[in-house]
Write a protein that binds this ligand. Structure first.
Ligand SMILES: Nc1ncnc2c1ncn2[C@@H]1O[C@H](COP(=O)(O)OP(=O)(O)OP(=O)(O)O)[C@@H](O)[C@H]1O
Length: 239
């Protein structure tokens, strides 16, 4: 399987402090499912930000879709970012826009004609089981509903990679399971999925997934060999 993401000795430092991430090297295969785990403050969000190009490494190379992201000219960055869908920890929905218009945003930004937008947005609303809530504004939706709108918005452009930062942090266990099911169904359609989470119960629900564990800014396995979850059938032996 092709390597869709490759980190080579990546380091990240905010300001003049100590490095937040050090010597991070790994590769992600297209079409696989990955969990990023680690204690609070270990560097999960920072790693995801490097992955979705919200942050540049202070050293090392982040390669996406076979190209060095650091060497990309500015005018190619938006096109690259469109290939990566992001579900943020705090959703980042636009509060004064309806659920429908939030989901439609990436299509409008990409310049899709208005006449072609309604169909895909209605399809996404149905997919996340919110087809009657298209007119609702985010502040009137529950946390789980907002999260599903955020997921629909992240995937409406059919990104090759979906990155989600603690997507189940604010929902009950039933909703967490339903969200995971959405990610799993996308993965089965070929999307590479990367989910940061603390929730090991959730991790064990995707037996084919691989784990990337960060400990104080470093991968716990510095060779970048990503293992299956410990509770999964494949979890006993190194991958
Ligand atoms: N923009 C920033 N400027 C300075 N320091 C930052 C910035 N963002 C994160 N950090 C620091 O980097 C470290 C890693 O933060 P990060 O958010 O990546 O951790 P995390 O593993 O995602 O934590 P959590 O599980 O609590 O979300 C923390 O010490 C944090 O304070």
């Amino acid at each position: 399987m092709a390597n869709i993401v490759q980190f080579e000795n990546v380091g990240l430092r905010y300001g003049t402090g100590a490095e937040t991430l050090s010597d991070v090297s790994f590769t992600l295969s297209a079409g696989s499912f990955y969990f990023v785990t680690g204690a609070s403050g270990a560097g999960k969000t920072s790693l995801l930000k490097l992955l979705y190009l919200a942050q540049r490494p202070t050293r090392g190379i982040v390669r996406l879709f076979g190209e060095d992201a650091g060497a990309l000219p500015r005018n190619r960055l938006p096109g690259f970012r469109r290939r990566i869908g992001v579900v943020f920890q705090d959703f980042r929905l636009v509060p004064h826009l309806s659920a429908f218009d939030n989901i439609a945003l990436p299509l409008r930004v990409a310049g899709m004609p208005e006449s072609e937008i309604e169909g895909p947005v209605r399809e996404m609303l149905a997919w996340v089981n919110l087809k009657d809530r298209g007119n609702a504004k985010p502040p009137t939706l529950s946390g789980g509903e907002q999260q599903r709108i955020a997921i629909a918005r992240a995937v409406i452009n059919r990104p090759e990679v979906l990155v989600a930062d603690e997507p189940t942090g604010n929902v009950d266990p039933d909703m967490a399971e339903r969200l995971l099911h959405l990610f799993d169904s996308l993965n089965r359609l070929g999307t590479t999925v990367v989910v940061a989470t603390h929730d090991f119960q959730l991790i064990n629900r995707i037996p084919d997934a691989r784990m990337m564990r960060i400990e104080r800014g470093r991968l716990s396995d510095p060779t970048g060999a990503l293992r299956h979850p410990p509770g999964s059938p494949q979890g006993q032996a190194p991958a």
